[in-house]
Design a protein around this ligand. Structure first.
Ligand SMILES: [Zn+2]
Length: 266
């Protein structure tokens, strides 16, 4: 497997929770004064295999994780960790086993484990602030139109592309039904008109439904007037946070439109 580019292929929720679990299990192993070797070995094996399958065999996180075992760290501080010839492990000021009285040798399992946990955490995979995570929930057409531009930090462009995609889809479906080419605000007013809408955005038999339909008609029309056109024509700049909010609106409108398509017969 090739090494993973997290920008192109963000972690799935399953992978994320798998990594989180490995990290939490590692922390649990550290809690008692003695790190049980067989538990550590099982954890090390499992975590190593998972990292390879998630990030790729030659990824830096896999290398660092492996190196933590190979380069035995030196213990610092007065309270060191030892293992005795009978296999007891103990943390103590003196290398005398409290269980059998034999002299122990410095034990590095705890230090290796701590180092490996650091490696696990250093990659930042667990941060919920992955700037692209929110795309996962988006309509696939919005994602396809906007994600590449968003990734290149062309935020206004990404927003414009999302609303253009909405316009294109409404335009095409409208033309199929009405055999008429309309664009922008005129298209939205006609496609979602109050009196005889081509696409119904709510149940028009109730007053509540009619209000919802009308409200969304204004949102579609307004998004052409206030978002798609200005961002398409001028060099407006948006930051990441602003762009996200516009994209959420685009996603909502796209989903709403597709829902209406399911309801309106061509
Ligand atoms: Zn002992």
């Amino acid at each position: 497997m090739e090494n993973r580019d997290l920008w192109l292929a963000p972690l799935t929720p399953q992978e994320r929770s798998g990594l989180k679990e490995a990290w939490e299990k590692g922390e649990q192993l550290l809690k008692p004064p003695i790190v049980l070797k067989q538990h550590y070995k099982a954890w090390n094996q499992r975590t190593f295999e998972m990292l390879k399958s998630v990030f790729g065999e030659t990824s830096s996180i896999v290398k660092d994780f492996e190196e933590a075992v190979q380069v035995i760290p030196k213990q610092h501080g007065p309270n060191k960790f030892y293992s005795c010839p009978n296999g007891h492990q103990f943390g103590s000021l003196v290398p005398i086993c409290p269980h059998c009285g034999k002299r122990g040798r410095e034990d590095s399992t705890r230090l290796i484990l701590m180092k490996q946990i650091q490696v696990l955490c250093a990659e930042g995979w667990m941060l919920p602030a992955d700037p692209l995570d929110f795309f996962d929930e988006f309509d696939p057409d919005i994602r396809q139109a906007s994600l590449p531009r968003f990734k290149d930090e062309h935020y206004a462009d990404a927003v414009s592309a999302a609303f253009k995609e909405i316009e294109t889809q409404v335009k095409n479906e409208f033309k199929k039904r009405e055999n008429q080419d309309l664009y922008g605000t005129a298209l939205m007013r006609k496609a979602f008109s109050e009196k005889s809408p081509v696409f119904k955005l709510a149940d028009l038999n109730t007053e509540n439904g009619r209000n919802i339909h009308k409200g969304f008609m204004f949102l579609f029309t307004g998004s052409m007037m206030g978002i798609r056109n200005p961002h398409g024509h001028e060099n407006l700049t948006l930051d990441l946070a602003e762009a996200k909010h516009f994209l959420y609106l685009a996603d909502l409108l796209m989903k709403k439109f597709k829902e209406a398509l399911g309801k309106s017969s061509p």
